[in-house]
Design a protein around this ligand. Sequence first.
Ligand code: 4AD
Ligand code: MG
Length: 480
Amino acid sequence: MKTSTVAELLSQETTHIDVEVKGWVRTFRANRFIALNDGSTINNIQCVVDFENTDEALLKRISTGAAVHIKGQLEESQGKGQSVEVQVKSIEILGEVDPEEVSKTIMQPKRHTLDKLRAQAHLRTRTNTFSAVMRLRSSLSFAIHDYFNKNGFYYMHTPIITGSDAEGAGEMFRVTTLDPKNPPLTEEGEVDYSQDFFGKETNLTVSGQLEAETYAMSLGKVYTFGPTFRAENSNTSRHLSEFWMIEPEVAFMDLDGNMDLAEDFMKYVLSHVLKHNKEDLTFLEQRLIQEDKSKPQAERNEMTLTEKLHFVIDNNFKRVSYTEAIDILRNSKPNKKKKFKYLINEWGADLQSEHERFLVEKHFKCPVILFDYPANIKAFYMRLNEDEKTVRAMDILFPGIGEIVGGSQREERLDVLKEKMAALGIPEEELWWYLDLRKYGTATHSGFGLGFERLVMFVTGMGNIRDVIPYPRTPQNAEF
Ligand code: 4AD
Ligand code: MG
């Protein structure tokens, strides 16, 4: 007989049939009721053991965490909370556990702190919260590929080891096979990378954008979806050292087209999970409602999780220039009352997350697209505006998250780009191939990067980015 998943059994309409199922015991109650889960759904199937006719020794081995193989009959359930259950005919313990040991882990069925769950990240998907988050993460990535596939984009795999700094911010992890104790040196006493594995300095990529641009300039519409690495020492709830980024890049598209694309794309993926992941979303929504109860009124969420998703889907993102945003911030209450940590005094200031969140959560109360930022707070590749002060950049800000997307129209004019690189001390030799694009049939083109984990945070309502990726990498932490 074929083994069924728990999800299949729970959606079965015919009963009185023989079934087989494998999974892990969540709880075993009254020597009779096994709540069994196999990851296929947030719901457990109840398996009822005929304890009077079951060997005592076997009953003892049915405990939380154990992997079991159950054969039995699917029946309508008498109990509340489930429509069907399995009347167990035989049970085989595939992997047993010592109840003493399990009680020390987060499998112990009770409330655990997220910190404790993080310390046992290899077991945390045995919990409802993390299994729901990770199923949503999977569903979101599927929706992302689906969107681009439906819209004529090609999926491009950009290299993870690169010789360039795409963001020009110097936040890179070096890749080397040189002996750290005894590296070869040049005559000047510097490390001689010409003797390194690749014959030059290399690092883990911070973004696939530059390579994606080269493909957009031949395939038209492309996107990347892969891991990116940043050696920035930001120990916040929104930063990871290794995170996944989605980067579409489109030829002949300007910044307005880029904003339209980003908005349409975000709405599509959010609609996808609302349609396909109802049970997990409902669970996480309830979790947040419970969490809110322990918070003061002012800090509670105004909308439930699904209301928030609907709100983003149903409303236009507000498009505001950086200059307008600065005016709003300068005249805002928290600025006047010196409540911001960084006060906004003049045009040109970089926006901190407190400012972004003020604009989104207090002022506009909807997702905001900020555009036309000052050139000197943005990356070298962004297209310079006529005013020669601002660039065609855009950031999308989401409630509770702040910046979720960063993008721009790219500088397609060779002379302007060269001047910019020279001013920032970026050597032309390093990016000769990038400059070539501007020599051979240059054209307007644009793209953006969506931080995947920030999207997962928004969808699941999890407050810390470490809880939406299986094994978070952050400063001082690379366990598992
Ligand atoms: O704004 P960023 O740095 O933009 C780029 O990398 C461009 N090359 C994208 C492009 O135009 N193709 O990063 C894009 C997004 C941010 O908006 C944020 O959501 C996410 O990536 N991000 C991070 N997420 C988690 N941890 C970090 N350390 C992140 N840094 C950026
Ligand atoms: Mg950014």
